[in-house]
Design a protein around this ligand. Structure first.
Ligand code: ADP
Length: 244
């Protein structure tokens, strides 16, 4: 479903991605862990083409983007539609209700009519447990509820792959579980997901594969049980010792 080859990105004289290779099969959940500043967000942003990599290719569901070829704006927009991004800060439109936030993308980008967009948005908000909050504005919702709207909004665009960038980091501890539960349900339904998170329990329980990322590179990857219990690389061992 997702193939990343030789992805490189430099900011100024700092190489933030140093040739990343990654394959994610359909229905797989890959969790990326690693120290702050190691390039995890930049990697997700390149997959979603919010950031242009300098080199490398990303292939999603058979469609390829070659960064070195300087893709056109239209190619970028079309490619971006293949992924949905859930951000740390939910980035909802403050002047729109939960329902309107979820309807907006399909209506503007996919040109789906209002009736259909509304029906679909209602289904998605029900799915993330917000049936009774559909007509509320972001400021009336808790952080956990806002993030669930964020997930419904990403799903509304029917992406092939969902990308999560520390989706629970901004939440009060008691609200983390409700967001992880929605993510777990999606994983069980067969959604292909790449998740950057510090939630090690989620990684252990839900990930098909965990990747330890450091200094712009994949240092180690493996089944969660193997990576958490018997990390092979010294840097992985150090990182896991620090966070446990
Ligand atoms: P992580 O998600 O692992 O914390 P990031 O991808 O956010 O790491 O950042 C990796 C490095 O790239 C950091 O040193 C950060 O300061 C730098 N960086 C990220 N975005 C930009 C940008 N737009 N301009 C310059 N430097 C950036």
């Amino acid at each position: 479903m997702l193939i990343v080859e030789g992805l490189r990105k430099t900011f100024g004289d700092r190489e933030v991605l140093k040739g990343v290779h990654l394959t994610v099969k359909k229905g797989e959940v890959v969790v990326i862990i690693g120290p702050s500043g190691s390039g995890k967000t930049t990697l997700l942003r390149c997959l979603n083409v919010l950031e242009m990599a300098d080199e490398g290719t990303v292939t999603i569901d058979g469609k390829q983007l070659q960064f070195a070829n300087k893709p056109s704006k239209k190619e970028i927009i079309n490619f971006r539609r293949l992924t949905g991004m859930v951000f740390q800060a939910y980035n909802l439109f403050p002047h729109m209700t939960a329902l309107e936030n979820v309807m907006e993308g399909p209506m503007i980008v996919k040109r789906i009519n209002k009736h259909e967009a509304k029906e679909r948005a209602e289904q998605l908000l029900t799915k993330v447990g917000l049936k009774d909050q559909m007509h509320m504005y972001p400021f009336q919702l808790s952080g956990g509820q806002q993030q669930r709207v964020g997930i419904a909004r990403a799903l509304a665009m029917e992406p092939k792959v969902l990308l999560f960038d520390e989706p629970t980091s901004a939440l009060d501890p008691e609200l983390v579980g409700e967001v992880l539960k929605v993510m777990k349900d999606l994983a069980n339904e067969g959604m292909t997901m790449v998740v950057v998170t510090h939630e090690m329990r989620f990684a252990r329980e839900v990930a098909d594969e965990v990747i330890f990322f450091d200094e712009g590179m994949i240092i180690e990857r493996g089944h969660p049980e193997q990576l958490f219990t018997h990390p092979k690389h010294e840097r992985t061992q150090q990182f896991l010792r620090r966070i446990q």
